[in-house]
Ligand binder design. Structure first.
Ligand SMILES: Cc1cc2nc3c(=O)[nH]c(=O)nc-3n(C[C@H](O)[C@H](O)[C@H](O)COP(=O)(O)OP(=O)(O)OC[C@H]3O[C@@H](n4cnc5c(N)ncnc54)[C@H](O)[C@@H]3O)c2cc1C
Length: 303
């Protein structure tokens, strides 16, 4: 694909050719994307989709990159990044009975907005990095709940570049996955939250959750959070731990000693090292416990 082909898209946002994906992911590894663009707005995002479809350009949508392992050879085609930390401020506002929040907004800003305006029901989302769009797409959450508990509608761009709105219900939601039908880019979510009686108490609960996560997770190292979904009836961290793989490393990819469902980048890990470690864990757990482990993180690009 010649660079000329992407030149048409340059006017639609902040762009970069040969964008090193280690700079756009929390794992801090991965090779270059041919062309990466953060759209200036959702009309622009829609134009990008239309052009990619017309010109047969492969495109990959990402948020803040906190759940991704990008291959060392990078990503062919265009990466469309819906994240506000490159200068485009997202919108959060109360609209009637809903809080509307743009997909690019950081989850922490959404939580702050909700609590500042007297709402609760956001405890499940505390401490999860990334964007609201990534949270919706992954149905991110914890044992306290997931996005679908508060999400009522999404705004999105479909495969033809049309901007649409649709209702969301619990039947669309699965364990770290949301059925999005024809939505290729989520542009925003409409949330319904309960009023909180005591904002002070909620704030201190949120602080406790953050402290607890800092204590249990290797948050000072690059990672993508929990690597594996919990198989039915099992906890992934325990399966990895009981397989004797705590602290095991391949290159600079290492099973965290603090939380064995995290793989950390302890220096200059290659995506291939992380992937080999994932495969080794899957093989070992299968042999020892006859349990299949499936990844929660998304592996994208060429390895
Ligand atoms: C330290 C750490 C702790 C974590 N803890 C948790 C946790 O407790 N619970 C949990 O669920 N996750 C956790 N995660 C994983 C991750 O933060 C979440 O999955 C998060 O919701 C991903 O958001 P993101 O914006 O970074 O999305 P990305 O990682 O950029 O993308 C994830 C997926 O969402 C899609 N996507 C992103 N934005 C859009 C959009 N606008 N439209 C359409 N598709 C989109 C991408 O295509 C991709 O498939 C953790 C990660 C880290 C690094």
């Amino acid at each position: 694909m010649s660079e000329k082909k992407y030149a048409y898209l340059e006017k639609y946002g902040i762009f970069r050719y040969s964008a090193p994906m280690n700079e756009y992911t929390s794992f801090k590894c991965g090779g270059p994307a041919d062309f990466l663009i953060t759209p200036a707005g959702y009309d622009e995002a829609s134009e990008i989709i239309k052009y990619c479809v017309k010109e047969n350009i492969n495109y990959t949508v990402i948020g803040a990159g906190s759940n991704l392992l990008v291959g060392d050879k990078g990503i062919r085609g265009a990466v469309i990044r819906i994240s506000e930390d490159m200068g485009i401020k997202g919108k959060i506002e109360i609209q009637g009975e809903f809080i509307y929040c743009d997909a690019s907004v950081k989850k922490t800003d959404f939580i702050d907005f909700a609590v500042d305006n007297g709402f609760g029901g956001v405890e499940f989302a505390v401490g999860i990095p990334g964007s609201i769009g990534g949270g919706i797409s992954m149905n991110a959450g914890t044992f306290m709940g997931t996005y679908i508990d508060i999400l009522k509608k999404i705004r999105y761009i479909d495969k033809s570049g049309n901007l649409k709105v649709r209702d969301m219900s619990s039947t669309d939601a699965h364990y770290r996955h949301m059925d999005l039908d024809d939505a290729v880019i989520i542009t925003g979510g409409y949330f319904m939250l309960p009023r909180t009686e005591d904002a002070g108490l909620l704030r201190s609960k949120i602080e406790d959750i953050i402290n607890d996560r800092k204590f249990k997770h290797p948050w000072t190292y690059p990672s993508a959070g929990s690597v594996f979904k919990n198989p039915d009836g099992h906890q992934s961290w325990k399966l990895v731990n009981d397989s004797g793989l705590k602290g095991f490393r391949i290159g600079d990819a290492m099973v965290s000693e603090l939380h064995t469902n995290f793989i950390i980048n302890d220096g200059n890990a290659k995506a291939a090292d992380i992937r080999r470690l994932i495969e080794l864990i899957q093989k070992t757990v299968k042999e020892k416990f006859n349990v299949d482990m499936h990844t929660e993180i998304k592996m994208i690009g060429e390895f």
